[in-house]
Design a protein around this ligand. Structure first.
Ligand SMILES: Cc1cc2nc3c(=O)[nH]c(=O)nc-3n(C[C@H](O)[C@H](O)[C@H](O)COP(=O)(O)OP(=O)(O)OC[C@H]3O[C@@H](n4cnc5c(N)ncnc54)[C@H](O)[C@@H]3O)c2cc1C
Length: 445
């Protein structure tokens, strides 16, 4: 009998990969940060390619079915997206311009239209999976898609993959999780549901037109507790204790009931397990509520997310690391790309903490603070910028700057800097802040 080869690795055959783009800037990942990076770079005059693994632009805004914005009152592209959603009647806004919910299908369409109008060349269903290096610089990104392997060359690259895939592929060092164990905040599997009677369901909806959060800027946690009691009455123990429903459009609601603990954003087997468990939990909750009847008769499961919501992935080492001490001091920087107002929000990494917050959040203080440009410049790769939740920061700081408005603001700054690097044939670390600041001011006017 033939013995099976049990070597743990195989060597891929060397092959020629077609070069499909010679761009100024390649942006990998089209979530809030990637969209802003690509639009900003293009508006500063760069030829831009934007690569996205999923079948729509928007990341957690769309494929993740998040539908609830924080920190969107940032100048430039975040405010522009808000205005455009308004023009489409696709937003439920309260008195706080930072916080609103939006129609996900309109968002998908809007982001595509904005990219087309701004001459951003984007390709969906395309995942960055390797970097070809020339010394300390990325020469090309290799993607996998239905077209096979493709090479995308550029002067400067921006990693907005959320998980820092591109930077890791290029050899950057990074941190993951809260300590050496790598424990991360839980993931959440989002879904959309519809109710036949919005008014009858109102006591269970934490954000809706005319509701408390809509009128007074704060979430009334009575709605959260009331909804959890209903789920428990239906015989289901939700893995996320702060169960939430929020209105997306008409009687369409986003359902947030799931937490997946102990899973890694950079392990496909973990992501698969979390997705399968999350989907099953959503079905159990919906079926349980339906069986209660009353308000819940006629409740429909409309959609489940394409991508489980990942709160935390790699935090790439940059030329500056935003820290807990920066938050406590409300640190300001000369090269500030944005101001962060959102507080520390650390979902318990194991689900045992009271009120859902991790023990590491205890006693942590925060005042509005700056993100400096240097936190967006990769330390070890000379032509790589970072935007969104993979920028350089510690575990605590990340829990505050990770929200989508801040992600878009950092992406926007990374895009501007990348375009200028290409135009000046220089590296991000050598680009004077005054130039970036001038260009950023122009596009955020
Ligand atoms: C469940 C949940 C609830 C949250 N609640 C809120 C909230 O209420 N309000 C708020 O503002 N923020 C919230 N956040 C935080 C926020 O959603 C994220 O931190 C934010 O989306 C970060 O934006 P990003 O662009 O960095 O990453 P992402 O939105 O994750 O986008 C990354 C994009 O890159 C793509 N990608 C990844 N790898 C590759 C690759 N190798 N090649 C090509 N493309 C790739 C992905 O498909 C995705 O489109 C929440 C997050 C989660 C998970």
């Amino acid at each position: 009998m033939k013995t099976r080869d049990i070597t743990p690795f195989i060597t891929e055959t060397e092959r020629q990969v077609p070069v499909v783009a010679e761009a100024d800037v390649v942006v990998a990942g089209a979530g809030p940060a990637g969209i802003a990076a690509a639009l900003a770079a293009s508006r500063v005059g760069a030829r831009v390619c934007l690569l996205e693994a999923h079948g729509c632009l928007g990341g957690v805004w769309t494929a993740g079915l998040l539908s609830w914005m924080f920190e969107m009152n940032q100048p430039g592209i975040p405010r522009e997206i808000t205005r455009q959603l308004d023009q489409r009647g696709a937003r439920i806004a309260g008195p706080d311009p930072n916080m609103y919910t939006y129609d996900i299908e309109e968002m998908k369409w809007l982001l595509e239209e904005m990219c087309v109008a701004t001459d951003v060349r984007f390709q969906l269903h395309t995942r960055a999976r390797a970097c070809v290096m020339q010394g300390q610089a990325i020469q090309a990104v290799i993607t996998d898609s239905k077209s096979g392997a493709q090479a995308w060359r550029a002067h400067t690259f921006v990693d907005t993959t959320g998980d820092g895939d591109l930077a890791a592929l290029a050899g950057c060092h990074y941190d993951l999780g809260k300590d050496a164990s790598g424990a991360c905040q839980p993931m959440t599997y989002m879904a959309l549901v519809s109710v036949p009677d919005l008014q009858a369901a109102a006591p269970y909806i934490c954000f809706r037109e005319g509701g408390d959060a809509h009128r007074h800027k704060t979430v009334n946690y009575e709605t959260v507790h009331a909804f959890r009691s209903e789920i428990e009455r239906a015989g289901v123990e939700p893995s996320y204790r702060q169960t939430k429903l929020f209105q997306v459009r008409g009687n369409l609601l986003a359902l947030m009931v799931n937490h997946e603990y102990g899973v890694s954003a950079i392990d496909a087997a973990d992501l698969t397990r979390a997705t399968v468990r999350g989907r099953a939990e959503v079905h159990r909750v919906v079926k349980g509520l339906q069986q209660l009847g009353g308000v819940w008769s006629g409740l429909q499961l409309v959609a489940t997310c394409e991508q489980i919501g990942v709160r935390e992935g790699r935090r790439i080492h940059g030329r500056y690391t935003v820290t807990q001490a920066d938050l406590a001091a409300g640190r300001v920087h000369e090269d500030a790309v944005c101001k962060v107002h959102f507080g520390v929000d650390i979902h318990s990494t194991n689900g045992t903490a009271s009120k859902g917050q991790d023990a590491t959040a205890r006693g942590v203080t925060m005042q509005p603070y700056d993100i400096p440009m240097r936190a967006l410049v990769a330390r070890e790769v000379s032509n790589l910028l970072l935007g969104g939740r993979c920028i350089s920061g510690d575990f605590i700081a990340h829990s505050s700057y990770r929200v989508t408005g801040t992600a878009a603001a950092t992406g926007q700054a990374a895009g501007v800097a990348a375009a200028l690097c290409a135009a000046q044939d220089t590296a991000p670390a050598d680009l004077p802040w005054t130039l970036i600041n001038q260009a950023l001011k122009k596009i955020t006017r």
